[in-house]
Design a protein. Structure first.
Length: 90
């Protein structure tokens, strides 16, 4: 019985702490950071796509394709992390 009541108490403290905003400002800053990094990576992806469409641009097209893929994956992942943090901590 003691273990079960202790488990419920710890769970209650964690849930109440998250919903009442104990980590409010810190998590808001981290969420903001994730969204800013996501926006920067997606903007870099668009820039590299536009450079890929121009003829005779250095670096080679395959390097630009690699950059576009990397920035797209990074932008999507950081955006998802931002949404997950926003969903959990707000």
């Amino acid at each position: 019985m003691e273990y079960n009541s202790l488990h419920v108490t710890v769970k209650h403290i964690v849930v109440v702490g998250l919903t009442n905003g104990i980590w409010g400002k810190e998590m808001a800053a981290i969420t903001f950071f994730f969204f800013i990094i996501s926006i920067l990576l997606l903007a870099g992806m668009i820039y590299n796509i536009l450079k890929h469409l121009q003829p005779g641009f250095y670096p080679p097209k395959r390097v630009l394709k690699q950059r576009v893929r990397l920035m797209a994956v990074g932008g999507i992942l950081f955006g998802l992390l931002g949404f997950i943090c926003m969903w959990i901590f707000n």
